[in-house]
Design a binder for this molecule. Structure first.
Ligand SMILES: *Cc1c(COP(=O)(O)O)cnc(C)c1O
Length: 344
């Protein structure tokens, strides 16, 4: 809570503060909990029609049916179509042409159903699993204002982008935006042990007080497991004591420069992009089921590097505290592998 988005802002109303934490054990669950919290909040606080979520094309929010329902990657959701709940899909703000088109549709959906929307769920700044699709923080600012206007929730799934991945502590910090619900996992426990949290605003927490029937009945056996919690505490201490965000600020320009250089010198590489400690480039427009990235994966394996691709997208998202020499080795080996596959 002390490092949550908005924690340093004295002007933030107490109801909007991310002051409450639900502990669980994986990112899908962190999202599932956020969905249920939002839905139950509205159901028992006088707005039972707020049951639909707005979600972005290209979104990935996890593997359970709830998180799949708010997902926007056809390869992951179409087969389960009949089992998923109904959502409003809007285009990805990372699509060619800018975030404004996506935002116009968010606004249209909010205008069309001002009393039916339970929340807007986003992966802030980087849509990870669908191919490291990056978009402007301006989109988040616009969506935050639009959701406030109709009084619905903004849910930030920072399972991938949180904990410094984008260079800021949380990707929403790049936009100066405070969501109503924030999901964290992955780096929160250093990727070592199952652990996750869903941060909620004081307002949402208050909506569960009173009769015991108003409680959030949610718990897996290993929610908040003590080993995961102990590691997460240690991770928070490492971030503080080893200035992990400072390390990212120093290393991120190297990542960006490497991807730009490769795209400029290796034929066939398109859309070099980087934010913080994520760099990506595409070998074509083949999407998630394309095989280009897998040829690079094989070439990288020969060099002792593990570069699991997302279809035609080759990317890196190394540990934020990767030693400089290892980062150089990673970038150099990746460049050689891309050259071997793409030619040039
Ligand atoms: C990985 C991921 C999830 C799911 O987390 P798991 O711990 O694998 O269940 C959810 N949302 C985003 C944005 C992710 O990157």
């Amino acid at each position: 809570v002390a490092i949550a988005p908005g924690s340093e802002r004295a002007d933030l109303p107490s109801g909007e503060r991310l002051s409450r934490v639900f502990y669980s054990d994986n990112g899908s669950t962190a999202v599932e909990v956020a969905i249920k919290m939002a839905a139950q909040y509205w159901a028992q606080n006088g707005q039972p029609k707020r049951t639909r979520f707005i979600t972005l094309t290209g979104a990935f929010h996890g593997e359970t049916l709830g998180s799949t329902s708010v997902g926007g990657v056809r390869e992951f959701r179409d087969i389960f179509g009949p089992l998923l709940f109904d959502v409003v899909h809007v285009p990805s703000p990372a699509e060619e042409g800018g975030w404004e088109r996506a935002f116009a549709q968010v606004q249209a959906a909010l205008r069309e159903h001002p009393e039916d929307i339970a929340g807007v769920i986003v992966e802030p700044v980087i849509q990870g699993a669908s191919g490291m699709q990056m978009y402007s923080p301006d989109f988040l600012r616009a969506v935050r204002e639009a959701t406030r206007r109709v009084d619905t929730f903004l849910i930030a799934d920072e399972v991938f982008t949180g904990m410094g991945r984008t260079g800021a502590r949380f990707a929403v910090d790049l936009a100066g935006v405070v969501p109503d619900l924030l999901c964290l996992a992955k780096a929160l426990s250093g990727g070592l042990m199952p652990f996750a949290v869903t941060l909620a605003s004081e307002r949402i927490f208050s909506g569960f007080l009173g009769a015991s029937s108003r409680a959030l009945y949610y718990g897996h056996s290993y929610c908040g497991n003590p080993l995961g919690a102990a590691i997460a505490r240690e991770v928070l201490a490492v971030y503080r004591d080893e200035d992990v965000l400072g390390q990212v600020a120093r290393k991120a320009p190297k990542v960006k420069a490497a991807f730009e250089r490769m795209a400029a010198t290796i034929p066939g590489l398109v859309r070099p992009r980087a934010v913080g400690m994520v760099g990506a480039v595409d070998l074509g427009g083949g999407g998630y089921l394309a095989s280009g990235g897998w040829r690079v994966y094989e070439a990288a394996r020969k060099r002792g590097l593990y570069l699991r691709p997302l279809g035609d997208t080759v990317y890196i998202a190394p540990a934020l505290n990767i030693p400089d020499a290892a980062l150089e080795e990673l970038l150099g080996g990746m460049e050689e592998s891309l050259r071997e596959v793409a030619g040039g």
